[in-house]
Design a binder for this molecule. Sequence first.
Ligand code: AMP
Length: 391
Amino acid sequence: MSGHVLTLNAGSSSLKLGLFTAEAEPGCLAEGHAERIGKDARIRLADGDGRELAARELGEAGATHADALDAALAMLEEHLPEARVEAVGHRVVHGGQDFDRPVRLDDRVLGALEALEPFAPLHQPHNLAGVRAARAAFPQAIQVACFDTAFHRHHPFVNDVFGLPRAFYERGVRRYGFHGLSYDYIAGELARAHPELHAGRVAVAHLGNGASICGIVQGRSVASTMGFTALDGLPMGTRVGQLDPGVVLHLIEQEGMSAAEISEMLYKRSGLLGLSGISNDMRTLEASEDPRAAEAIAYFTFRIRREIGAMAAAMAGLDGIVFTGGIGENSARVRREVCAPLEWLGVTLDEAANEAGARRIDAGGRVGVLAIPTDEERVIARAAAAALGAG
Ligand code: AMP
C-alpha cells in the first residue's frame, strides 16, 4: 500500500476526520468524530467498521475546533502509529464563483477562500483554521480543498439568480447552494445502487444541524434551497432559513438592531432553537413534552414538504426522495411527518421499514423513498487520493 489520506470536515459544532488508504476507492481505516464543541465536547475514534477504538470527554479542553483537532490527532497517533499521511482533504463550505472542483491548497488559494469567510461565517473560518492546523501538522502532505458549493455550480440561470439589479449577479451575489459533498455522495450511491432513480428526478433532503434540499436530475444539481449563504431555505438547528428580507429591514429600522446583532440572531438563535426555546438538537426536541418542541418540529417538517413540492416543480416531476444527514438518517418521526401528507404527490411510506431504519422506506408508490447515510468524508478522500495520482 502507498500512503494514507486524512480527511477533515469541520461543521459548526463538530469535527469529523477520517484516515483512508490512498486508492482510487479509498478504504476507511479510522474515523473520528468530535461533537458539541464549545459545550461538553466529546470525541470518539472508531475503526473503519465503526468499532470504537477510544472515546474521550474533552470538557473544558474542547472549547474550540483547534482543541478538538489536536485531541483527535493525538488519539489517531496513539491507535494508528503506522499512518503515513501524504494528503489531507478538507471540506471547505464556500468555493465562490471560481472553484467548481477540488483544488490544491497554496497561499494564493487560501487567500481567495479567506475572502469568502463573510459568506459562510459559521463554517468557513473553522474550515480554514483546519487547513492551517493540518499544514502545520503535516508540512510534507498535499492539502486539497473540496467545496460544498462545487456540486451546484452549473445551475440553470433561473435557479442561480435573485431578482436584484443585474449588476449584483455579475458581482457574485447569486445562489450557490451548499452540502454539495453530501449530495455528490448520494448521487454516486443512486448511480451505484438505484440506477432507475439516478436516471430520474430526485429531491435529496440533507437534514442535520444544517439542512437543505437539492433537486438532482440525472445526477446533476439543478436547484438548491440554500442561496447566497448557508442561511436560506429550510429552518435549521439554529439558522432561520427562508425569511422575508422586509423582516431584516424592520429589525434595523424599527427595532434598532445592528448588522452584527441580526447576523448573530439569524445564524445562532433561530430555527429549531429559536422556535422551541429549548434546543437546536432534534433528539432533545423529540424527547420533550413541551408543545413548543412539537411546534418547532412541525414547522421544520412543513417547510421540508413545501420545498419538496417546489423541487418537484423545478424538476418538472418527482421520481424519488432521499433523506440523509443526522436527522434524515435517524429520525423516523421527521421522515413520517414529511412523507405522510405528500400522498397527493405519489409519496407512500412503509411505516415498519421507516421505524426500522431501512434504506428503502416507500410502500411501493410512484415515488421511491430512501434513507441513505451520507459519507462526505469518502467524497473528500476520493479527491485527495486523486490529487496524489491514485487510480
Ligand atoms: P448532523 O449535523 O448531520 O450531525 O446532524 C445532527 C442532528 O441530527 C441533531 O439535530 C441530532 O439531534 C440529529 N439526530 C441524530 N441522531 C438522531 C436520532 N436518532 N433521532 C433524531 N435526531 C437525531
